[in-house]
Design a protein around this ligand. Sequence first.
Ligand code: HEC
Ligand code: HEC
Ligand code: HEC
Ligand code: HEC
Ligand code: HEC
Ligand code: HEC
Ligand code: HEC
Ligand code: HEC
Ligand code: HEC
Ligand code: HEC
Ligand code: HEC
Ligand code: HEC
Length: 267
Amino acid sequence: MKTFVFAAALSLAIGLMAPWGTAGAAQKAPDAQLQLSDCVKCHPKVVHQNQEAGGKHRTEVTCLDCHDAGHPPATPVDKMIPKCSKCHEGEPHFEVKNCLDCHRNPHTPLKITFPKNRKVKPVCKTCHAEQVKEVNQNPSAHAKVDCSFCHFKHGYIPSCLKCHKPHRKGQTFKDCVSCHRVHQPLNVAYGPNVPNKNCGACHGKIRKLLESGHTKHAKLHCVFCHKKKHGYIPACQDCHGVPHPKRLIKNFKGCLACHVDPHNLTK
Ligand code: HEC
Ligand code: HEC
Ligand code: HEC
Ligand code: HEC
Ligand code: HEC
Ligand code: HEC
Ligand code: HEC
Ligand code: HEC
Ligand code: HEC
Ligand code: HEC
Ligand code: HEC
Ligand code: HEC
């Protein structure tokens, strides 16, 4: 941030009285100098906006730090408007274009709205590089839309259910994100606590088969065996090592020649 002068601008020459004839100018102009306390007399709307939601543009700077170049009629109106870069410099976020596209009103700088037809992704990247990288490196339908397709307001988090049907009745947003990472939705991965009913939403037959079995496998969760990543298939030996003498099983084509089905073991 550039240093800027607070006090030096506390007052400024207004020049001779002129018949402005607009916006509250019926007011008599103050004498030769405009004080900070004068602004409200003719610009009450701006002052009130600033008081209500000015944030640091109220507490860290005053009207006259920004509008320090004079005042009409001595100074033309367009000379009164400061560039943001006067004070905001040196960070990636301050290198983007058209600040007022999002910070619509400099007097209420944190009231941010995203413009409809502007891609905001490059701006998000200046603060959320990790999420932008994640989206870009994992092609999916979610990567084809702009961030603001979902986050249409800064900080707003939509539920998946706003746009998608669940795989089974009663599934919640929490369920969705236990399997899908939203910025890479096609890489389905999960922890050890996903209940069988969430797998059963698509693998209903296997769930029934497993849970109606009479061996110890019936008590195991799908994700106890199919760990971490959707589609992963474990080998029996991962958990059981070699439980029978080699001699005994070498003539059989794998464990399932006798045990039939991991979801419906025969013992
Ligand atoms: C006596 C009334 C009066 C006072 C007091 C006054 N202004 Fe103004 N101001 C005006 C008028 C009228 C205009 C419009 C001039 C024009 O369009 O030629 C104006 C224009 C401006 C503009 C440019 C607006 C634009 O259209 O871009 C800014 C910025 C501004 N004033 C800031 C201030 C600040 C800051 C203060 C307090 C230090 C202040 N004014 C005090 C009457 C006033
Ligand atoms: C952080 C810098 C900053 C501060 C502080 C600031 N302004 Fe402004 N002001 C601007 C900028 C930038 C614009 C031009 C906005 C635009 O182009 O839409 C502007 C525009 C204006 C305008 C004309 C547009 C309008 O909304 O009516 C007036 C009047 C004005 N300011 C008055 C004030 C007053 C009074 C204060 C103190 C309460 C103040 N400003 C504080 C930066 C500032
Ligand atoms: C005269 C100096 C000055 C100008 C010009 C200025 N700012 Fe600021 N702005 C500050 C200061 C000082 C802060 C508080 C310190 C910080 O956050 O860096 C601030 C803070 C902000 C904040 C955070 C507000 C908060 O409450 O946390 C935003 C957003 C912002 N400025 C946007 C802008 C935009 C957009 C412009 C151009 C329209 C602009 N500023 C012009 C001085 C300025
Ligand atoms: C695409 C929308 C967008 C644009 C364009 C944009 N900003 Fe921001 N800006 C944001 C968002 C979102 C935040 C985060 C606000 C928060 O934390 O609540 C932010 C925060 C800020 C902050 C406060 C946090 C900080 O890092 O100090 C400042 C200052 C700021 N912007 C200045 C600017 C300036 C200057 C420009 C133009 C060079 C600009 N912004 C352009 C969306 C935008
Ligand atoms: C100037 C920096 C800045 C910019 C630009 C910015 N953000 Fe943020 N964002 C933040 C900060 C700071 C937070 C609060 C972080 C926290 O609560 O941990 C945040 C929070 C969020 C959150 C909520 C996180 C949560 O856990 O609740 C989302 C979603 C978000 N930003 C999306 C975006 C999107 C989309 C963009 C682009 C339009 C964007 N942000 C631009 C700084 C920024
Ligand atoms: C399809 C909708 C969608 C899109 C597109 C999207 N997000 Fe998100 N984002 C979400 C949801 C939903 C969450 C909450 C995820 C959770 O809680 O697990 C989230 C969370 C976040 C968070 C909070 C931290 C985190 O990682 O959970 C940030 C920051 C964020 N998104 C930024 C972005 C940015 C930047 C983009 C654009 C590159 C983007 N998002 C694109 C829906 C989306
Ligand atoms: C704002 C709407 C929106 C939100 C919120 C949203 N999505 Fe999507 N999602 C879409 C659209 C649009 C598509 C592409 C068309 C389709 O498949 O329906 C899509 C596609 C997908 C796909 C298929 C991806 C592909 O490339 O084929 C998955 C998986 C997905 N979404 C999961 C989720 C999950 C999980 C969440 C919540 C964490 C979520 N979505 C939140 C709009 C959204
Ligand atoms: C138990 C893990 C799991 C949970 C929980 C889950 N999903 Fe999925 N989802 C998947 C798998 C696996 C696929 C991929 C199926 C395939 O390859 O066809 C998928 C595919 C999708 C698709 C792509 C289109 C389709 O229907 O095949 C969308 C959209 C989707 N999920 C949204 C959601 C939403 C919304 C939720 C929460 C209500 C959710 N998912 C909960 C595992 C899960
Ligand atoms: C949205 C539906 C859906 C959900 C939910 C789902 N699956 Fe699947 N699953 C599929 C589809 C479709 C296939 C077959 C296509 C493929 O190979 O991706 C499949 C294939 C599999 C395969 C076999 C992969 C192969 O190589 O033959 C395993 C193992 C599997 N799923 C386990 C699970 C587990 C465990 C869960 C719960 C964490 C689960 N699935 C949740 C739809 C789903
Ligand atoms: C992720 C680990 C895991 C995998 C993979 C696995 N099992 Fe098991 N299996 C177990 C556990 C845990 C038990 C219960 C052990 C106990 O309680 O003593 C078990 C028990 C068994 C039993 C005894 C059942 C009973 O009721 O006494 C047989 C037989 C068996 N497994 C065969 C297999 C076969 C064949 C495969 C491959 C198709 C396989 N297992 C894959 C973990 C696994
Ligand atoms: C004891 C470990 C274990 C448990 C528990 C388990 N599986 Fe499996 N699953 C396996 C093994 C081992 C295979 C590979 C069988 C083969 O080689 O034919 C397999 C294969 C599959 C396949 C692909 C082949 C097929 O039969 O379609 C799917 C889908 C599947 N499991 C889903 C599930 C679901 C859903 C659950 C929970 C309801 C579940 N599994 C519980 C070990 C397990
Ligand atoms: C020739 C048939 C056959 C083959 C091949 C076979 N098993 Fe078995 N297995 C059995 C029989 C029969 C039992 C029951 C023994 C008992 O209850 O004492 C058994 C029991 C088990 C048990 C339970 C042991 C216990 O102490 O309760 C496990 C675990 C097991 N087998 C795993 C495997 C694995 C892993 C493979 C593949 C490497 C395999 N079996 C191959 C016939 C076979």
